[in-house]
Design a protein around this ligand. Structure first.
Ligand SMILES: Nc1ncnc2c1ncn2[C@@H]1O[C@H](COP(=O)(O)OP(=O)(O)OP(=O)(O)O)[C@@H](O)[C@H]1O
Ligand SMILES: [Mg+2]
Length: 249
């Protein structure tokens, strides 16, 4: 199969905060530093990673991008219409997606906390394209990979919040292979919030670190995830001395 000569145009080239639509920068979600300082965030045409500490705003941002792109806030495809949480993000009304020339023909929003609800919806509606076993009859990781294998058809916009939560390290590599095929052979675009030093190693990507100063691009090797994991694995005992024994010395 012929490879694409160059990267295709993104479905969503950038995410802009229309700052004059923000009611107040003092309250959630606009008070989160990564949102308060947001003007325009350019998305990689293939994969954009959002990384940062717990509470840095990754889920808030990816959920608002999903809503602005027409996905159900609770996760799923654009056809999903269940809701378990009444309030919707005020952020989506102040976000503008800068669209590219192409339109996605497929898409999925995996919300970290609501995969269970999405699986229930798939079972109840008999939605097709998810493999032949109920997602509930498979383990968390098996069902997630079944979803990615059967449901992600390509030419799609896929927004994933902490997909690693379900996956062993070797299954994270399986997911990277699925992502690579969807990106390189089937022109897809991903935005992925993650803490996984394995997933964020994917080379055709931009990594944004969300922190107290906002969202800034960062090289893989400069992420705390890479450095801390590398140093920890090189010498767990050295970390344990600091973590556990500091009071005894
Ligand atoms: N409904 C809400 N009302 C007020 N504050 C909220 C609400 N939801 C989240 N927050 C706060 O907004 C901040 C960002 O939360 P968010 O869930 O986006 O973080 P995150 O980067 O996804 O974190 P994690 O890595 O733990 O998933 C946190 O400080 C959180 O406590
Ligand atoms: Mg989160």
């Amino acid at each position: 199969m012929a490879r694409r000569a160059r990267e295709p145009d993104a479905f969503v080239r950038a995410v802009e905060l229309l700052r004059d639509r923000v009611p107040s920068f003092e309250v959630y979600p606009f008070a989160i530093p990564a949102i308060r300082t947001l003007e325009s965030l350019a998305l990689h045409p293939q994969v954009t990673f959002l990384v940062g500490e717990n509470g840095s705003g990754k889920s808030t941002l990816i959920e608002a991008i999903a809503q602005a792109a027409g996905f159900n806030a609770e996760g799923g495809s654009k056809n999903f219409s269940f809701a378990t949480r009444p309030e919707s993000s005020a952020l989506k009304d102040a976000l503008r997606l800068v669209r590219g020339m192409r339109r996605e023909r497929d898409g999925f929003f995996l919300r970290a906390e609501s995969f269970y609800n999405a699986a229930t919806y798939v079972d109840e509606t008999g939605a097709s394209g998810y493999g032949d076993r109920s997602l509930h009859a498979q383990s968390h990781g098996e069902s997630f990979l079944a979803l990615a294998n059967h449901r992600f058809r390509g030419d799609g916009l896929y927004l994933l919040d902490e997909p690693e939560a379900a996956l062993s390290p070797s299954r994270q590599l399986s997911l990277l292979k699925i992502i690579d095929q969807l990106v390189r052979q089937r022109g897809s675009q991903f935005v992925i919030a993650t803490h996984s030093p394995i997933l964020m190693a994917y080379p055709r990507a931009t990594i944004y670190a969300l922190g107290v100063d906002g969202a800034a691009p960062i090289a893989y090797e400069d992420t705390e995830h890479f450095q801390l994991t590398r140093d920890f694995l090189a010498s767990p005992a050295r970390f344990f001395r600091h973590l556990f024994d500091a009071d005894d010395e």
